[in-house]
Every structure is written in C-alpha cells, then in structure tokens.
Design a protein around this ligand. Structure first.
Ligand SMILES: Cc1cc2nc3c(=O)[nH]c(=O)nc-3n(C[C@H](O)[C@H](O)[C@H](O)COP(=O)(O)O)c2cc1C
Length: 366
C-alpha cells in the first residue's frame, strides 16, 4: 500500500501528482451570476493548492447555459469564462497542484426559475426537489448538441491551462439520469440495455478526447448505487470497466461513506472501494471519497485499493489537510466549526451560509 503523501503518476500520460490527496468537487455558490469564477472562489481553491493538495477539483461547472442547477454555480459553457479559469489554473500550477474542472449538466435538476426553460432529461422525469416541475425527454439532436458542449467545455478548460477534467457521472445529474433505468426509459440507441444507457457517457468521452490533446487528463465520477434512478452496483462496475477500455485516466468512486460495505456473492461484506478495485484489477487509477477525515481513514481507503483519496468536508475545514496528514497520528479537528474558523480557512460569507445547510458542520451564531 502506497503512502498518501507519496507521488503518483497517471499511467497514460505520465503526469505526476505531488501526493495522493484530492480536493473533491465542492459546490460553494461563490461564482458570479453569469458563471464567471469570482475572486472568493479563486481564493478558497488556491488556498487548497497552497495547503498541499495533490489535485484540486473545481465545483461542478455547467457545460451549457441551460444545464445550470443552482445559483452561484461555476460556468464553463462560454469563452467569457476562460479568463477566470485561466487565472485559477495558472495559480494552481504555480503552487504545484494538478487542476481538474468538474463538468456537468443538471438535466432534470436544472430548475426553470434559474434557466428560463423547461428542464430536460433522458426521459420525461421529475424529482422531489423540483417541486412538480417535469423535465421533458431530450431529442436526438439535443443530445448530440449536449455531447458537443461537453467537448467544447473540456477544450475551454484545456485552453485555460487545466490539467484535465472530471466528468460528473454521479449524484443524479444528467449523465446518471441516462445511466439509470428508472430515469432512462428510452427505446432508441440512447436507452434500453446498459450499453444503450451508457452511450451518452461513451460519446461524451469520445468528444472530450476529440477536442483535447493526448496529455489532457480525463476521468469520470460515478455513484456506485442510486436507488431513485435504478442504478445498481453491478451495472456501475460494468460501466467503470468500459470506461477503462475507452481510455479514461481515472475513476472517481463517490461513496459518501468509504466504510459502507455490500456483501459479495459469498456473503462477505466488501467496501465500495474494494468492489471497484477488485473489479478493475489495477487497470485504471481509482479515487475514492466519503467520510475520510484522519490518517486512519486514509490508510483504510488506500488499503481497499484506492490510488488517490478525496475529501470534501475535511478540505473545507482544513485548507492544509494534506500537510496535517504528515504528522504522526494525524487527526484534524472535526465538525462543528465556528464561523471564524471557516473564514480563516478561506470561506466567504456566502460559502459559510451554504455550509450551514449541511447538518452539524457550522456552529450557529447567536
Ligand atoms: C458543500 C458540498 C458541495 C458539494 N459539491 C459537489 C459537487 O459540486 N460535485 C460533486 O461531485 N460532489 C459534490 N459534493 C460531494 C463531495 O465531493 C464529496 O463526495 C462528499 O462531500 C463526501 O466526502 P466528505 O465526506 O469528505 O465530505 C459536495 C459536498 C459538499 C459537502
């Protein structure tokens, strides 16, 4: 088992990461109304570059104007986003971090009061957070245009100086809406069996590759299971294996809890990370994320076969989380945190307010 603070090289391109720590994509609501990266967002991310993260990932960023999911979201759908992205990418590179932009489309989770249009999805769908708004089924021509938009967004990120992109295939957004049989009930080439439901992701990968250079890192984030969409572990493992064949550089397993287990065929409880590492058999690097906080958690994740370890909340609270790991028995402070602590960690008022919605993270002020 490698040490989390040892170097890692992506096998396909040889790009070296200074250590195996990853700041996972974290929505922080700090972008401008037109999707341009704000100074606050630049500050919070570059503090993580300074704090020693091997890879720094941006928040989920929408690849089309109408694929936006919430206010304050980062945009990558137009060239007017490039100067802010370039400023960020060049600072992260100067700090020695590998930079990834997370590309996504909200699909049925892009509210019309934000976008001005009816949301779209693989099939006609709705979900509780959309309060009765129904997403309509995408036409073939629209699907092709969203695929192109993923490619152009990746090209924009490469032009801005990013090391690569992470395609957001997790958490019930558009790519997973195509993967899930409950949200994808199409009978054309974009639906049906697993191969058909994965076609959207496959074509996005091909388009991103076509519009970027050989050196550009491209990976995908997947949720092992999503009950509401009908996504099940065995199918996700299969998709991950195909992604390996399609020349991706990493699979990021979004566990939410790396300690969660599911029984294998012999009834042996197996962690989600281990399911993937067993199935992928070292053919592609694995990032795993979910409830990793201290040195023991990191060792557990790597012992399960992760090549790189991602954090969300620990990285929000501790800009220098990787540096803290270098201490023996590293045990960075856990939530709840005072507003003062979070501000010192580089969060703006907007981001702190957003974090107050995450149960038990922020100590309420009187
Ligand atoms: C405030 C917040 C924002 C998040 N935004 C994103 C996002 O934009 N994209 C994404 O893939 N995951 C997002 N996530 C999930 C995290 O990347 C991560 O997987 C999750 O927080 C579990 O890791 P943790 O236990 O280390 O926090 C978000 C999580 C939090 C807490």
């Amino acid at each position: 088992m490698a040490d989390a603070l040892s170097e890692f090289s992506f096998p396909r391109t040889g790009l070296t990461v200074r250590n195996r720590t990853v700041l996972a994509a974290l929505t922080n609501k700090q972008s401008h109304e037109d999707g341009v990266l704000s100074q606050e967002e630049h500050h919070w991310l570059t503090m993580r570059g300074e704090g020693g993260f091997g890879i720094v990932t941006t928040a989920a960023a929408n690849v089309t104007e109408h694929g936006r999911g919430w206010e304050g979201e980062l945009g990558v759908w137009s060239d007017h986003h490039v100067p802010g992205l370039s400023h960020l990418a060049s600072k992260l590179s100067e700090q020695g971090a590998v930079s990834l932009a997370q590309l996504f489309h909200g699909g049925m989770r892009s509210p019309s009061n934000l976008t001005g249009v009816q949301p779209v999805s693989a099939s006609e769908n709705t979900e509780p957070s959309m309060k009765g708004i129904v997403a309509r089924e995408l036409t073939h021509v629209e699907i092709e245009s969203i695929i192109l938009a993923f490619g152009s967004a990746a090209a924009r990120c490469e032009a801005a100086g990013f090391s690569g992109v992470e395609l957001h295939g997790a958490h019930s957004y558009l790519i997973s809406q195509f993967l899930g049989p409950k949200t994808n009930r199409r009978s054309d080439q974009w639906g049906g069996n697993l191969q058909g439901r994965t076609m959207f992701l496959q074509r996005i990968i091909q388009e991103v590759r076509a519009q970027t250079s050989h050196e550009f890192i491209v990976g995908v984030r997947l949720s092992p299971t999503i009950q509401d969409l009908g996504i099940e572990l065995q199918e996700t493992l299969e998709v991950a294996k195909w992604c390996t064949d399609w020349g991706l550089d990493f699979i990021h397993v979004s566990c939410w809890d790396v300690f969660q287990t599911l029984p294998d065929t012999n009834g042996e409880e197996t962690s989600l990370t281990k399911w993937f590492s067993n199935h992928l058999d070292g053919k592609i690097p694995i990032i795993t994320t979910g409830k990793i906080w201290d040195g023991d958690d990191v060792r557990f994740a790597m012992d399960q076969g992760a090549d790189l370890v991602g954090v969300g909340r620990a990285g929000i609270a501790h800009y220098d989380w990787p540096q803290q790991l270098s201490e023996a028995d590293a045990s960075p402070e856990k939530p709840p945190f005072t507003v003062e602590h979070l501000k010192q960690a580089g969060l703006s008022d907007t981001f702190v307010t957003y974090m107050s919605r995450w149960n038990g993270f922020v100590i309420p002020q009187d």
